[in-house]
Design a protein around this ligand. Structure first.
Ligand code: NAI
Length: 327
């Protein structure tokens, strides 16, 4: 049996975590031969609820669960962490403007970035799920100057999966038949779900659907799926978000499929003309525990350029709104 790895999860008593922790402990994220120690962070008022979740984890008697830490101290939760899933975030309250939300989260994610910088494993793989995910990841990254900026990623895998499912339905295929779809940009309604490179059963996806459906139905529907779930369920997506977080980490740690890629919010070094330093969703392949942006794709059409720039613009505005709080 391998040595256990340490997996830190924030917002551990929340809805997404309730759909995620049990699957991590059962080996779905890192493999059925990889024991894990869960290091769970919550705010002080939620520690009782967290205790209940931990009791349930114990009651599952997972063979791979080598330990559980419960704490309201980020320095304890992130100590020697090999993986960190930052799920807890400040939700938008009544009367809160977008700027207030960004600032409230900047406080949380700068403190967590500093703690990761201090105590985590130098190779820690960080996934930010809590919204606004890309900018929260940027804030954590900027507060962790001793860690490689490539260690910080934001989740757009749920958007990617939504894109796969909706295309499968339209083309009467299954998600297994679909390769190379892309989510560019922000995990928000400005994201660009791009089918230019995508294939269904080995043939171009855009030859198999109506252009009008693609532009006026598919793209907005993937962009707004989160809001549609909230309207239907009265609560934001939890199980599908948990599933995407597990898939993101699994792909990063264990590698992507041959002849395919995934979408990940990653540190831009100017690829495809996007401003350096933003956490922008790109098509990525993963191998040997590292991610790589797919290079050489043709994004020169006016349609793609406009959409990629619009979502970049939004990310730049989010960054500028919190710039005064960044080191
Ligand atoms: P939730 O409200 O059920 O749980 C959040 C938990 O985080 C709460 O238990 C809260 O006490 C905790 N928390 C708040 N501040 C914290 C801090 N500073 N440190 C540690 N814990 C803290 O929310 P849910 O449904 O689990 O969603 C979590 C986040 O994920 C939200 O921001 C949501 O918008 C986001 N989300 C992101 C998605 C994506 O695709 N990137 C998809 C769906 C949700």
């Amino acid at each position: 049996m391998k040595q256990p790895v340490r997996v830190a999860v924030t917002g551990a008593a929340g809805n997404i975590s309730y759909a995620m922790l049990f699957r991590i402990a059962s080996g779905e994220m890192l493999g059925k031969d990889q024991p894990v120690i869960l290091q769970l962070l919550e705010i002080t008022p939620a520690l009782d609820a967290l205790k209940g979740v931990v009791m349930e984890l114990e009651d599952c008697a997972f063979p791979l669960l080598a330990g559980v830490v419960q704490t309201d101290d980020a320095n304890v939760a992130f100590k020697d962490a090999d993986y960190a899933l930052l799920v807890g975030a400040r939700p938008r309250g009544p009367g809160m403007e977008r700027k207030d939300l960004l600032e409230a989260n900047a406080a949380i994610f700068s403190a967590q970035g500093k703690a990761l910088n201090e105590v985590a494993n130098r190779d820690v793989k960080v996934l930010v799920v809590g919204n606004p995910a890309n900018t929260n990841a940027l804030i954590a990254q900027r507060n962790a100057p001793d860690l490689d900026p490539r260690n910080f990623t934001a989740m757009t895998r749920l958007d990617h999966n939504r894109g796969l499912a909706q295309l499968a339905e339209e083309t009467n295929s299954t998600v297994n038949d679909i390769k190379k779809m892309i989510i560019w940009g922000n995990h928000s309604s400005t994201q660009y779900p791009d089918l230019t490179e995508c294939t269904v059963n080995g043939k171009p996806a855009l030859d198999q659907v109506d252009r009008d459906w693609y532009e006026n139905s598919y793209i907005p529907s993937v962009q707004k799926r989160g809001a549609a779930i909230i309207e239907a369920r009265g609560a934001s997506s939890a199980a599908s978000a948990a599933n995407a977080a597990i898939a993101h980490m699994r792909t990063w740690a264990l590698g992507s499929d041959e002849n395919d890629w995934v979408s990940m919010g990653v540190y831009s070094q100017g690829e495809y003309g996007i401003a350096e330093g933003l956490i922008y969703s790109y098509p990525c392949t993963c191998a040997n525990g590292d991610w790589k942006i797919v290079e050489g794709l043709d994004v020169s059409s006016d349609f793609s350029q406009e959409k990629m720039k619009a979502t970049e613009q939004e990310l730049a505005e989010e960054r500028d709104a919190v710039e005064h709080l960044l080191p």
